[in-house]
Design a protein around this ligand. Structure first.
Ligand SMILES: [Zn+2]
Length: 467
């Protein structure tokens, strides 16, 4: 467990980009961001981070654990910050609001600048019309493009930047057929004039670099009986599957695809003794039993895979020489996936991974100030910090939360109680809150106040002068 050194490292790294200081902005906390705008300075590069399922509550949980209640993640010191509305519409009536989004609708808002329905990947609600993504616009303008994620590279967030399909679950050619609960994607079959599954679309894409998980979606045969791995190789991708392979490919030019697991990559941290939120238990006479607090520990299943930080560093090393700049999307995916399972340590470790990856980008930007960095989110999630014991514990009847509870012993020595109460019988659910956005670099001044997720697409497009 590496919490203490991490805390020290966090405090030792400078977090203010020089040209911002040169403009007299300082940290921007006491100044109206718009007044500091320098629109004459366009960006050459854009790095878009997505913390999947990150809202202020999920961030606060991780911050409390890692940095203490008075701490701040690197991106929380960025000079510009906004709250983004998570706007989603009903597939059955695209004029009507849906108040809780998912990674497909949120990813599409960020990647393609449209408000769509849940499950859709860069396609319009109702019509299914494809909408160009910021990576496609960047490639058309001669920029290099890259995706780094801890999920399958075919999962909803990365897919939203590179593919166009009506259902997020159609990740490989073997995932296209109907299930008892989902019609899947008959219209996307090539035999029906479609673009094929997400993996097939990635294999045929212009994206220069993709690093993440999801090998099993590429190890499937397409409609012509050819594996998607083969299709990707034929299209010029070198495919690596472990850290040694990634290292060996470091100096090789050309397109690169790193698939470091069959599916979502294992998370960095787990809780001691399974570390999962549980329903409250009671003594024989009906009194509430305090759940035993636990700490977060390294997950042995992570193995020697590249971390999100390492993958981000590899991506930036390869992109640094891009003659006309680049757009890179980096996702910490399992903040969401661990919240679905009621695992606070998984969430905390993956938020730490996000912060470490952002630090790599911030350091890159100090050498390349013409780089816009955004740290965004696709939707809110389920975990909440609640008081323990209850504020109403002196009442005669037992006072306890109706959902599941985990008590986590933080690195600063406190005990934080985290409650999950969004679903009684299956996984925890997304929630409908607005989400935070942090920004620095040219174009970042537009990130302030209350915006929409889809505005971030326009902010990147304007900063990079993409058409
Ligand atoms: Zn989710």
């Amino acid at each position: 467990m590496s919490g203490k050194p991490y805390t020290e490292r966090v405090r030792s790294v400078p977090s203010v980009v020089p040209w911002v200081l040169a403009g007299g902005v300082g940290l921007g906390l006491a100044t109206t961001p718009r007044a500091c705008s320098r629109p004459e300075e366009g960006a050459r590069n854009a790095i878009v981070f997505i913390g999947d399922g990150v809202d202020d509550h999920q961030l606060t949980i991780a911050r409390n654990y890692l940095l203490g209640a008075n701490g701040a993640f690197s991106f929380e010191d960025f000079p510009y910050r906004a709250a983004a509305r998570v706007l989603t519409v009903l597939e059955s009536d695209p004029r009507a609001p849906e108040y809780v989004g998912d990674s497909a609708s949120g990813g599409t808002a960020l990647a393609a600048g449209i408000i769509t329905s849940r499950g859709r990947i860069a396609t319009e609600a109702g019509t299914g019309r494809s909408v160009p993504t910021m990576l496609e616009l960047a490639a058309a303008a001669g920029k290099r493009t890259a995706i780094v994620t801890t999920s399958s590279i075919t999962d909803a967030t990365p897919a939203s930047f590179v593919a166009h399909i009506n259902r997020r679950f159609c990740q490989g050619p073997g995932d296209m057929g109907p299930t008892p609960t989902d019609p899947r994607c008959p219209e996307a079959l090539k035999a029906n004039g479609g673009l094929g599954s997400i993996a097939e679309q990635i294999a045929a894409s212009d994206v220069d670099l993709l690093l993440g998980g999801g090998y099993r979606h590429f190890d499937q045969l397409d409609e012509a009986g050819v594996s998607v791995v083969r299709r990707a190789q034929d299209a010029g991708y070198r495919i690596v599957r472990d850290t040694a392979g990634l290292d060996a490919a470091a100096d090789e030019p050309g397109k690169l695809m790193g698939l470091f697991g069959d599916d979502t990559l294992p998370v960095a941290w787990v809780g001691e003794d399974d570390g999962r939120a549980r329903s409250v238990e009671f003594t024989a006479d009906g009194a509430v039993i305090d759940p035993e607090p636990f700490r977060c520990v390294d997950n042995p299943a992570f193995g020697n895979r590249p971390t999100l930080e390492a993958m981000t560093a590899v991506a930036l090393e390869r992109l640094e020489a891009a003659p006309d700049g680049f757009v890179l999307m980096v996702e910490s995916a399992s903040i969401d996936k661990q919240a679905h399972q009621g695992r606070p340590c998984g969430q905390i470790g993956e938020t730490r991974a996000l912060d470490q990856a952002v630090r790599v980008a911030a350091s890159f930007q100090e050498r390349h100030p013409d780089t816009l960095i955004l740290v965004a989110s696709d939707h809110g999630h389920s975990a909440q910090i609640i008081p323990w014991p209850s504020l109403f514990a002196s009442r005669p009847e037992p006072q306890y939360p109706p959902g599941k509870v985990a008590r986590v012993r933080t690195l600063e020595g406190g005990v934080m109680t985290v409650s999950y109460g969004t679903n009684a019988n299956y996984q925890e659910e997304h929630t409908g809150t607005q989400v935070p956005v942090f920004a620095r670099g040219p174009g970042a001044a537009a990130v302030h106040g209350l915006i929409r997720q889809s505005d971030l697409f326009d902010i990147v497009r304007r900063a990079l002068a993409l058409n």
